[in-house]
Design a protein around this ligand. Sequence first.
Ligand SMILES: Cc1ncc(COP(=O)(O)O)c(C=O)c1O
Length: 398
Amino acid sequence: MKKIIYPLQKDTIAKEDHRALAQWIDSDPLPRLTMGSLVKKFEDKWSDWLGVKYSIACNSGSSANLLMYYTLLRSGRLKNKKIIVPSAAWVTTVAPAIQLGFEPIMCEADTKTFGLDHNHLEQLLKKHRPSTVIMVQVLGVPNDMDKIMKLKKKYKFFLLEDVCAAMGSKYKERKLGTYGDMASISTYFGHQFSTIEGGLVSTNDRGFYELLIMLRSHGWISGLSSKTRTNLLKKYKIADTGTHFIFCEPGFNFRLTDLQAFIGIRQLEKMDWLVENRSRNHNLYKDFLSSNFDIQEYDRSSRVCSIHFCVLADNKEERIKIIKALEDSGIETRPFTSGNQGLHPYWFREYGKFNAPVADRLYYCGFFLPNYPTLTTKDIKYICSVVTKAALKNRHEA
Ligand SMILES: Cc1ncc(COP(=O)(O)O)c(C=O)c1O
């Protein structure tokens, strides 16, 4: 491959953030850096921005997903362990179901949004009556949330919303991450904003929040409000000696550090700029490519804040040719194999291959184009011209 001119993603942590971090690390007295007051401040700022009551920060989006599943399990509120999982997802959207002994049932992807296909979803809901559905807001493009929320009401399931690559997007006027009973985000490199590695779970449910606090950090009572702490000690008939070393849950250690929270707080200050530029770029890609390619569709009143733009080639051969043309032009890309989790060995070893027309098309024909806030209209025009030229040449020769 030629030297990369346009990487697929770029860090949103800038030079001035490095300098501010270095200054803070060197301050007097030296900051402790492990999880402390800055993590709490970061969580509160994220909750305010999103418009939810509670958020807990953790060390990755994958940990956030695992915490959501485990919180549901420990809540005692599940009527069964059946969960519908999307085919277009990241591996760690689905993996916790296997790790924690749920019964996952895979759902076809929607032709327009690449999220859950609501017809297939309803068939599965009718047949299996699962306690839970986990969905992904795929690459920042919102699912048809009116339809999904209608099904939620009708079939009464818990909704987990994986917003790991969709922070800043809206369905109509409402922000993604506010639909699920719990929602996860990822702040890994190149995502809408970054804390190096990191994640958050947001919820409006006080009970889930208290479990999340314990499960993130060893299962101990440290971090709970004094009222909750007193109630728990009363419930288990333990005398309150002031110690935090009482373990009420079999927890993990998924904590974020104050060092990362310091970066995260600065990132949230740039949120308007990040969202505006990522959305503008996404719309430009859509305008330049929609006449020649199948791409994700969404209501114009929604807002898409993406980290990549996904394009579908007409067939596998065309994708190979487009990817070669992109690489020869220094444009980084990657195939959308996550478009069908059911074709990956971790899934088919346990449950057999999941084949469905849309998910298969995403797996075999999908590829990503770069999106980051500093990409310009000229850059996007050029990237689109490389893609279109390669595809049209292939179609002409076929
Ligand atoms: C939809 C989705 N869920 C979960 C994750 C996992 O996030 P992390 O890389 O922070 O573990 C990703 C990562 O890109 C993702 O795209």
